[in-house]
Design a protein around this ligand. Structure first.
Ligand code: NAD
Length: 439
């Protein structure tokens, strides 16, 4: 099938590559000309495992190409996906101006008698599909034939290719049988369960799912605070809870809290949506509160040990919001470094993939970047593990101890083993785990 994807970011580019991989022909559209030119020149602007090879293979086979022209994309495709940003506004509600603009642009290029399925893949508030439909009708030429479908995306950065190729489920919200049949055919090669709903339900599923996952993280983080206060071990508690099949072990890892471009914004959006509809979802505010208190609690632990942070040399491992991505949007690691810099600490950080974006966006101008984990730790009075990159668990602990001024490790992601750290002579603090106890 022929399709286009408007917006070639994390969602649009990876989805495009995966659709091409299963045999469809994909036109990726973006209004950032530099991005389009660099994609056309074979440079992939984001890091996502397996993506580069996938794009190269499908470009070479002629199933994938890039353009900055929506007209070009819409003209060559029966299905037009929208995958543009839906960022938060100051009050938490969603800025839908990108979606509205794309809807108007699509309406301007739809030709009479040329049926198109317009699919919203961006994360949007319930009832956005109706607005997109109204907008295309209002600005489009008479006789343009189209249906709007909601098809929320559930990929996780860091394993987006695998998630898209083998999704748990595909949600399709549609009120048109014609559009539904096309969507089912499009997704047939993925052999995944398809849940068909109305448009409003599909839109709501995405916000409800992300809010629930954030809630699970905050739940275990709140329990981790109780573990810290009582001497219990959060890993054992999480195992004990997670072995119950009704609950499951996933998303029960205590740490510095969730970040990234999705959870914080989607949670804030869901709160705003519920308030707007007159049914405030106050539980989610507590989820937000627990999330930020987790970082404050960790910072307090660091202060309790180092006393004054001003002029202390602190190493931070990790900048991205999670491992296996270069994405630093709303990263807790960055927030934490900003906290440290505000208190006058000297921060040296290292991240396998995030340092280029840090330099590009200039979020932590006061922090130095190192070429390796050990270089970052050189002469440090404390080391913070802020992102659980696999590479950090592989560092030679004897060398680490030698490199540091004093062997203080604050593990914000429970990456290392407390008993090993103690045996190696570190003062080691993690989250919700007794010091030195075997995990
Ligand atoms: P992104 O910022 O990585 O990419 C968006 C792209 O859209 C950019 O390349 C931008 O240049 C382009 N764009 C903006 N306006 C445009 C326009 N008028 N015409 C053409 N291109 C335009 O964003 P993302 O992370 O891919 O997220 C996109 C949507 O998907 C958001 O609603 C997000 O919430 C949702 N989502 C994201 C993830 C994720 O993990 N990143 C997962 C699921 C859903």
């Amino acid at each position: 099938m022929d399709l286009s994807i408007i917006g070639s970011g994390y969602v649009g580019l990876v989805s495009g590559a995966c659709f091409a991989e299963v045999g469809h022909t994909v036109v990726c559209v973006d209004n950032d000309l530099k991005k389009v030119e660099s994609l056309q020149a074979g440079h992939i602007p984001i890091y996502e495992p397996g993506l580069e090879e996938l794009v190269q293979r499908n470009v070479a086979s002629g199933r994938m190409r890039f353009t900055n022209s929506i007209a070009d994309g819409v003209d060559h495709s029966e299905v037009v996906f929208i995958a543009v940003p839906t960022p938060p506004q100051a009050d938490g509600s969603v800025d839908l101006s990108y979606i509205e603009r794309v809807a108007r642009e699509i309406s301007g290029v739809l030709k009479p008698g040329q049926y198109r399925v317009v699919v919203d893949k961006s994360t949007v508030p319930v009832k956005t599909g109706d607005k997109v439909s109204e907008t295309i009708k209002r600005y489009g030429s008479r006789g343009a034939e189209f249906d709007v479908v909601s098809n929320p995306e559930f990929l996780r950065e860091g394993c987006a290719v695998a998630d898209l190729m083998h999704p748990d489920r595909i949600v399709i919200g549609s009120k048109s049988d014609r559009a539904l049949a096309i969507m089912k055919k499009l997704y047939e090669p993925f052999m995944a369960p398809i849940l068909v709903t109305d448009i409003n339900s599909a839109e709501l599923i995405k916000h409800a799912a992300n809010s629930f996952l954030a809630l699970k993280i905050s739940y275990i983080n709140a329990v981790s605070a109780i573990c810290d206060a009582s001497g219990a071990d959060i890993e054992k508690v999480a195992d004990g809870i997670g072995m119950d099949r009704r609950i499951g072990r996933n998303f029960l890892n205590a740490g510095l809290g969730y970040g990234g471009s999705c959870f914080p914004k989607d949670l804030a959006a869901f709160i705003a949506i519920s308030e707007d509809l007159g049914v405030p979802f106050t539980l989610l505010k507590e989820v937000q509160r627990i999330n930020s208190s987790q970082r404050e609690r960790f910072l307090k632990g660091l202060r309790d040990t180092l006393w004054i942070l001003r002029d202390k040399k602190i190493a931070v491992w990790g900048l991205t919001f999670k491992p296996d991505t270069d994405d630093i949007r709303c990263s807790v690691a960055i927030d934490f470094i900003q906290d440290l810099l505000k208190e006058g600490a000297h921060v040296t950080a290292y991240d396998p993939k995030g340092m280029e974006n840090v330099a590009k966006f200039g979020l932590i101008p006061g922090a130095k970047m190192a070429a390796s984990p050990l270089e970052a730790a050189q002469g440090a009075e404390a080391l913070i593990i802020a992102t659980e990159w696999h590479e950090f668990g592989m560092v030679d602990l004897a060398h680490l101890k030698e490199a540091m001024h004093s062997p203080l490790v604050f593990d914000g992601r429970n990456l290392l083993d407390p008993a090993t750290m103690r045996r190696m002579g570190f003062h080691y603090r993690s989250i919700g785990r007794p010091e030195g106890q075997k995990s």
